[in-house]
Write a new protein. Structure first.
Length: 574
């Protein structure tokens, strides 16, 4: 679901001016263009803020300067109108043009105030989000579908030449595991750690990090360690952010550039990355380096979103966090993500802010998180809103086999007689029946889309089957497939009607059909095994060999142990 937005596009203006294009189509009908000079704030105050030692006097002085520069009377009036018109919390989105980014990196937008209220903590502002404007003709990144289990990777790097000030990660890991246990999710939330601290393992080298991403698919990556800025060696080009990993057998740090990280995460996507930027109180020698370290942290977070990568949301820290503040933020973030507002990353950041502010307003640790986004749909992890199914490691193995068999079957020419295709069908049937039987034995009620074979331009009728009888008052979910496939129709099957459930379909999003079936009385009814829905899909003329069709985001009322699964439309070669 798309949340209401108050969007400020920041474009180059004439001379040393900026042009602000303000939109709020989902709130009051606001559409205006404003001008601002390039921002300029005292470097000493910015460095004090980034170092994590911001006093109340300095913080409030900087907040007034940022607010006075950006809001003035015109934008302040538009924001006030949006707040008065809001019926639910809305996000404030800043979208700077690449040409003006170097002038905005140091602006602490999270300190903005509307009258006496801090915008980042205002009850009607769900979050301050930093994004970028997608130009016409540039395709949006493909929506990635995730499912249980929810996997978290903590990476702690602590090179000795940087002071050894990064706090241990194992206590944080233990608290996250305890949160999952308290939510009843101990079996489906997996937490892994890369750290050289006692009891965790060896040096956290970049190779060890890459190997971990190759071995396991993660949903959330939390990095505790140092960032930095590295000169690129060409005049006129800004420095690039780096994360400082460890080197095996050495006390020195190994700087890994943001573009290297982007490339790695493009091939092995992790939807959400948190660069925690926490360390214990630094000595005077290292304190001078903190502002640049934090600029590097923020630069890497921004780079993961602004460039092509598999990251949908990156949270960097504008200034250093004390170890206790980082722990508070991460605990509140995970608790919100798993229980309070399942799957909603923006609300999780908000929960972390509120927890830090409740402990102490100064230094303003609550303003440290900077939220960069490539996708604006929340909840990002919508599967966290549904009851988890029992996870079996064999599932991923069987799914990999299925995909191989789908591909092999698609490589058989369509002109071959049916009997020559029998063996590949037998392999698929064997793997899929084992797959289904194991799920049934685990107590799941299965929803399964039929496998189809088709030619380019065909209209394929996909039937979605319920494998056992269930008692439900509401059933909802989503069919998702390649956006190139055209949805011709969606309709309930006779069994759904016979049970007295009314079905509604939404076909407005490319690549998906959303459905809701509910009992008018609200009382549970018995739904027998058999077809639930039928969807007519038309294939394009040019396509990959295999289209996957999923049933996901499945939920029922009352809540049941249900599992939506996926299957394929196999398109053979001519």
């Amino acid at each position: 679901m798309r949340n209401p937005e108050f969007v400020v596009d920041i474009e180059p203006g004439g001379g040393s001016r900026l042009r602000l294009c303000v939109h709020a189509s989902h709130l009051a009908p606001i559409d205006d263009e404003l001008e601002r000079p390039f921002p300029s704030f005292p470097p000493a105050e910015l460095d004090e803020l980034r170092s994590g030692y911001g006093s109340e006097q300095m913080t409030e002085s900087l907040a007034e300067q940022v607010t006075g520069w950006l809001l003035q009377n015109d934008l302040r009036g538009h924001l006030g109108t949006a707040v008065n018109a809001a019926t639910q919390p809305f996000r404030i989105v800043f979208r700077p043009h690449p040409a003006v980014l170097p002038y905005l990196h140091d602006v602490p937008f999270e300190l903005l105030k509307l009258d006496a209220d801090r915008l980042a903590l205002h009850p009607l502002v769900r979050g301050i989000v930093h994004s970028y404007k997608r130009h016409r003709g540039v395709a949006a990144p493909p929506a990635l579908r995730w499912s249980w289990p929810f996997r978290v990777l903590f990476v702690r790097t602590n090179p000795k030449d940087l002071g050894g000030d990064v706090p241990p990660v194992l206590p944080i890991r233990d608290r996250v595991v305890a949160i999952a246990r308290g939510c009843g999710l101990a079996d489906v939330v997996e937490v892994a750690v890369l750290s050289s601290e006692a009891g965790a393992g060896g040096p956290v080298t970049y190779d060890a990090f890459r190997a971990e991403l190759r071995n396991v698919r993660y949903d959330l990556l939390v990095y505790l360690g140092h960032g930095d800025l590295q000169e690129v060696g060409f005049e006129g080009l800004p420095p690039i952010g780096v994360l400082l990993f460890e080197l095996d057998g050495s006390d020195f740090a190994n700087p890994i550039r943001a573009d290297q990280l982007r490339s790695e995460l493009l091939n092995r996507p992790v939807p959400v990355v948190v660069l925690a930027g926490c360390m214990t109180a630094a000595g005077e020698v290292l304190r001078e380096r903190l502002p640049q370290w934090m600029r590097g942290n923020q630069n890497v977070a921004h780079s993961l979103i602004h460039g092509e990568s598999g990251v949908q949301c990156a949270i960097g820290m504008r200034h250093r966090l004390e170890a206790a503040d980082a722990e508070r933020f991460l605990q509140a973030f995970v608790l919100s993500l798993l229980k309070q507002c399942p799957g909603d990353v923006e609300r999780a950041v908000r929960a972390g802010r509120e927890e830090m502010f409740a402990q102490k307003p100064y230094p303003p640790s609550w303003s440290a998180p900077v939220l960069f986004r490539a996708a604006n749909v929340e909840p990002l992890f919508d599967f966290l809103c549904t009851a988890p199914t029992a996870f079996d490691p064999l599932d991923e193995h069987d799914q990999a086999l299925r995909e191989k068999f789908w591909k092999k079957r698609s490589e058989l020419p369509a002109a071959l007689p049916p009997e020559t295709r029998h063996f590949s069908s037998l392999l698929l049937d064997t793997v899929e029946s084992t797959f289904l039987d194991r799920r049934r034995q685990g107590g799941a009620t299965l929803v399964w889309p039929a496998r189809n074979e088709a030619k380019p331009g065909d209209t394929v009728k996909v039937s979605v089957q319920l494998m056992e009888s269930v008692s439900v008052s509401r059933l909802e979910g989503r069919l998702s497939f390649a956006e190139a496939i055209t949805v011709r129709a969606a309709r309930p099957a006779s069994g759904l009607k016979a049970a007295g459930l009314r079905a509604f379909f939404a076909l407005d999003q490319p690549g998906e059909v959303r459905f809701v079936a509910s009992a008018p009385s609200g009382e549970p009814v018995t739904l027998g095994a058999g077809p639930l829905f039928e969807v007519d899909l038309t294939l394009p003329g040019a396509f990959p060999a295999v289209y996957e069709l999923r049933v996901d985001a499945l939920a029922s009322e009352p809540r049941l142990f249900m599992c939506g699964w996926n299957n394929a439309i196999v398109v053979p070669l001519p």
